[in-house]
Design a protein around this ligand. Sequence first.
Ligand code: ATP
Ligand code: MG
Length: 274
Amino acid sequence: MRECVPTSEVAFAVNDVSYRYLEVPALAGLSMRVTRGERVALLGANGSGKSTLLRLLAGLCFPEHGDISFYGEPLTEQRLENEEFFYRFRRRVGMVFQNPDIQLFNPSVFDEVAFGPLQLQWPGDQVRRRVGETLDLMGIAHLRDRAPHRLSGGEKKRVALASVLVLDPEVLLLDEPSAALDPGSQAQIVEFLVSWRDRSKTVITATHDLDTLEDIADRCYVLENGAVACEGTPLAVLHDVALLERTRLVRPHHHVHREGVTQPHPHLHRHHSD
Ligand SMILES: Nc1ncnc2c1ncn2[C@@H]1O[C@H](COP(=O)(O)OP(=O)(O)OP(=O)(O)O)[C@@H](O)[C@H]1O
Ligand SMILES: [Mg+2]
């Protein structure tokens, strides 16, 4: 059905992309499509290629083979050398890295979150207001004068998220955005993702968290050895136990049933409050 989507509605088209880090292959013939306003989850075992794919979508590295386009425009090194395209792309697409240390380089949390708006030459009072709002939203106003590299892992992650959300980009690439966060902060990230169900943003999230999958994504891709092993709705993927086991997204395990019998159980556990 998605074949009928007009090009103007295809945010990312990834065709047969391969990528390697020196001799380490990371992506091998991967194809995917993300349309405007979709929330897509990337699933897969450690090393399956999720972060590499997000880096390519962010235009931070480029395929060795195959091609990627963003709303019909080829996302190539050459194209990003064009200043106008570079700033337009960077303005529209924000990325939160798996490791916040890569992202944080300013002397204070305030400066970190203000960096993007200042680069875009927003007026000073607008920068102060918007940064203040974003620090409040992320619950990190009390950290505003602290050095980002001296914060805890979860605090760093929230600063990294704030430094992207402050610009309100229309496309978000989120690499395990709630990993290392406490349950309250995790729930807040999930709330953001749920609120974007209204198609106001295009969001691609790499995650290992199957419990929130149906809340945060309309569609998911399961990656295996740098290629797509499966694509479908969260519900369809969650029901494919053989796929989940093969791609190490769940593990067979033993647990004790009410009757007191211990059984090996090759099924997915989901925890609901009801
Ligand atoms: N900087 C690097 N140098 C060399 N190899 C790398 C580098 N980054 C990733 N790789 C390799 O590329 C492959 C894909 O890694 P990637 O980080 O994309 O996986 P991932 O799905 O994000 O894993 P995780 O769930 O652990 O975050 C792996 O084999 C990994 O070892
Ligand atoms: Mg990763």
